[in-house]
Design a protein around this ligand. Structure first.
Ligand code: ADP
Ligand code: MG
Length: 716
């Protein structure tokens, strides 16, 4: 990276002169396609073909090497075979070229020699401060009329617009560009980042952050090189800047790779996809699945004003599509607006008696543009309406172009998002053109419009979210926690049995259930008497992680006889099933009936840092996989979002006569866990399962916990 990173990127994306190294006259070659795209794409700077074997390319005088170019060069576009690229890059360095886009393939993606070549490329770029995109990429596009650079071998150049697109895959990039062009979607900049030898998605995000031509940023990524940097920057771009920009991302590879045998549930459930979900949630990046969604949402966000809320008005000329739109809105979390009395009265006055004046407003099949204009005017003026979906199905009387003009006028007049849905295929070219010129996004089906609107509302709820700080609890006894950790480390253990795990959590201020270790039967009785019946007995052994599975848990013991019987039963059962296990004794614990069992977890990811998990606990955790993740540290709002994020969260809100549960207590535990995750780095994995949650106001209790430490000597 150049010393002045920003300036380097600016010159890379908006170069005043470009050298195309490997420009070619050979039909069908990439070298020809790229040069032709630059030349014929109306590039506003100066382009120099470099090719030692040609006198000219497409009529432009060619240079045998970059050194021979008489002027300053901002950007080198490199299309020579991989083994030659390092040498070419050295020449660029000597010429003082600050930026390079390497399209050539044959690097990391082929392994072996390719890996070494890519290493050399990186070293040269670093040494000479060259901002390098690629290798193995499609190139870059800048549609700014002052630049107009298409340094790719894609077949087409999208029209200018305010949407930027960063793609890790060249093929996805081409497909997306063609899709955008076919839909007349304007693009500001396109960058295919390829193997990301030097510049990665975070660097480009930084460049787009301040780009006045870009209002919405799209990403296609397969992995993130710098998750922490990405998180901080994306968070700033989406929610903190004066000119906030939504970011939409496809992260492919949405398959589970987390299902490995692990000692903790958290370890087993934290696959890479869950981690990406968490990360995107935490920085306001809207994750989508398909290229179509990517552009449909982007268009709405790029062209229409932000909705103030989630209340939608639907105006249609046919009942069925109106109902479909209503269903879709509700399904995607939007609300149907309830019109004011005035709006309803005006609609009654001005629409035919057969029309439906409630939301969805049905103008009836013979509606023409005047009826649309009237209804839209009143509906959009209503304070209880945040946005509108306008549906038009082709009817004999309808002049679609005139209706489109009406929709465009209404959208222009009111600072509320208006999305159109023209449910026709034939003879709508003119109408669509009217909408496009007015920057009113249009969709084929009501479902698509509803989804796009829901995405806009989702983004706005991120922008308008209450900002909460990362909390540090000052009642934490770090010394006490460290003492326990050091004892285990001194013993050479990486697994901390229940009493030790409880001690650490107690030091961190968690509400831990009363319990004590008893080394023999008599002591178990004495502890039980001290705690008070009923009690629970559980095996304590550094070799036993899942106590219940080996017959090591006895619940609800009401008296001394039951405790003695349980003690012997547990020890016998464990001796039979785990003969090698070293038994420390039993854990005698207060018995608590009637809570909802939840799980809180921590797992350290080498790439992302400490992950926190929340879900419904108990034995079905790994079957139901109903859990949410965040990367620590989390904030108060994040803790509540984790709780709301599980599918079963209604069980916590109160359900079928069950009282609502103390979610504040869960949130506090999550925040304490977040602090613990940051402060106690030697903890590799931690499960609290269950955290028993009681009625609102009655708190929660840590019933069981297990902690796994990092292998001593392993790097962090
Ligand atoms: P493990 O997870 O190692 O099998 P636990 O201590 O979590 O052992 O016990 C298994 C289950 O027994 C818990 O999920 C919970 O349902 C129940 N249980 C354990 N301890 C108590 C207790 N003190 N009060 C009420 N139920 C308990
Ligand atoms: Mg348990």
């Amino acid at each position: 990276m150049p010393k002045d990173e920003k300036e380097g990127l600016r010159r890379l994306l908006s170069p005043r002169s470009v050298a195309v190294i490997g420009a070619s006259t050979r039909a069908g070659s990439v070298g020809r396609a790229v040069f032709a795209n630059i030349l014929l794409g109306d590039y506003q700077g100066i382009v120099y073909p470099v090719n030692p074997k040609a006198k000219s390319i497409l009529g432009v005088r060619a240079y045998p090497s970059v050194q021979e170019i008489p002027d300053e060069v901002d950007l080198a576009v490199v299309i020579v075979p991989a083994p030659v690229v390092p040498q070419v890059l050295e020449e660029c360095a000597r010429k003082g070229i600050p930026g390079a886009v390497v399209l050539s393939a044959g690097f990391k993606e082929v392994g072996g020699e390719g890996l070494k070549l890519e290493e050399r490329l990186r070293a040269i770029a670093r040494e000479h401060d060259i901002a390098l995109v690629g290798p193995n990429c499609l190139g870059i596009i800048n549609t700014d009329p002052q630049v107009r650079l298409n340094a790719t071998f894609a077949r087409s150049m999208p029209p200018p617009g305010n949407i930027a697109f960063i793609s890790q895959s060249g093929a996805v990039g081409v497909a997306a560009l063609e899709y955008a062009e076919s839909q007349h979607i304007g693009i500001s900049k396109f960058v295919s980042i390829g193997n990301k030898a030097v510049l990665n998605e975070t660097h480009l995000l930084a460049a787009l952050r301040d780009d006045p031509h870009t209002d919405v940023i799209l990403l296609y990524v397969e992995n993130l090189d710098d998750p922490k940097g990405f998180l901080d920057l994306a968070r700033e771009i989406t929610g903190e800047l004066p000119q906030k920009k939504p970011i939409l991302a496809i992260k492919s590879g949405r398959t589970r790779e987390g299902a490995r045998a692990a000692a903790s549930h958290t370890g087993a459930l934290a696959g890479s996809d869950e981690v990406y979900d968490a990360l995107f949630h935490q920085c306001g990046v809207l994750r989508v699945e398909t290229i179509e969604e990517l552009f449909e949402y982007a268009q709405a966000l790029a062209q229409q004003p932000a909705p103030r809320g989630d209340r939608v008005a639907i105006v249609t000329n046919a009942g069925g599509p109106g109902i479909m739109a209503t269903d879709a809105c509700v399904r995607h979390g939007l609300k149907l607006a309830r019109f004011s009395e005035e709006t309803t009265r005006k609609l009654q006055e001005g629409l035919p008696p057969t029309a439906s004046v409630r939301n969805p407003v049905d103008l009836i099949g013979d509606a023409q543009e005047d009826r649309y204009a009237y209804a839209l005017g009143w509906v959009l003026r209503d304070e209880s309406v945040d946005s509108a979906i306008v549906i038009c199905t082709p009817q004999m009387m309808a002049d679609l172009t005139a209706i489109a003009r009406t929709i465009a006028d209404a959208a222009r007049e009111h600072q509320k998002p208006v999305l159109a849905c023209l449910m026709a295929l034939e003879e709508i070219g003119e109408a669509l053109k009217v909408l496009e010129e007015a920057r009113v996004p249009h969709y084929r089906f009501p479902e698509d419009a509803a989804r796009a609107l829901a995405e806009m509302a989702r983004y706005m709820s991120w922008v308008n979210r209450p900002r909460t700080p990362v909390r540090t609890f000052d009642d934490v006894d770090r010394e006490a926690a460290r003492t326990v950790l050091e004892k285990a480390q001194a013993d050479g253990r990486t697994f901390l049995p229940e009493p030790e795990a409880h001690a650490i959590l107690r030091a961190y201020g968690f509400p831990v259930l009363r319990g004590e270790l008893a080394a023999d039967e008599d002591e178990a009785v004495r502890v039980a008497e001290r705690i008070g019946y009923p009690v629970v007995l559980k095996i304590v052994s550094p070799q036993i992680v899942h106590k219940f599975d080996v017959g090591g848990v006895r619940l609800r013991l009401e008296d001394e006889a039951a405790v003695r019987e349980a003690y012997r039963g547990i020890v016998q059962s464990v001796r039979e099933r785990k003969p090698d296990a070293e038994i420390w004794g039993v854990f005698v614990q207060e018995f608590v009936p009637g809570g909802v069992e939840t799980i809180l977890g921590l797992k350290r990811d080498p790439h992302f840092g400490p992950l926190l998990m929340f879900g419904l606990g108990g034995v079905y955790v790994e079957v139901l996989r109903d859990v949410t993740f965040r990367i620590a540290p989390i904030r108060e709002l994040g803790a509540y979002r984790m709780i709301e994020g599980i599918r079963a969260h209604r069980l916590l809100e109160g359900f079928r006569g069950q009282p609502p549960r103390d979610t504040d207590a869960i949130a506090e535990c999550l925040l304490r866990l977040s602090q613990l995750a940051i402060e106690l780095e030697e903890i590799e994995e931690l499960d609290i399962n269950p955290l028993m949650v009681f009625e609102e106001g009655a708190g929660a209790r840590v019933v069981d916990a297990r902690i796994l430490l990092r292998e001593s000597g392993s790097p962090r």
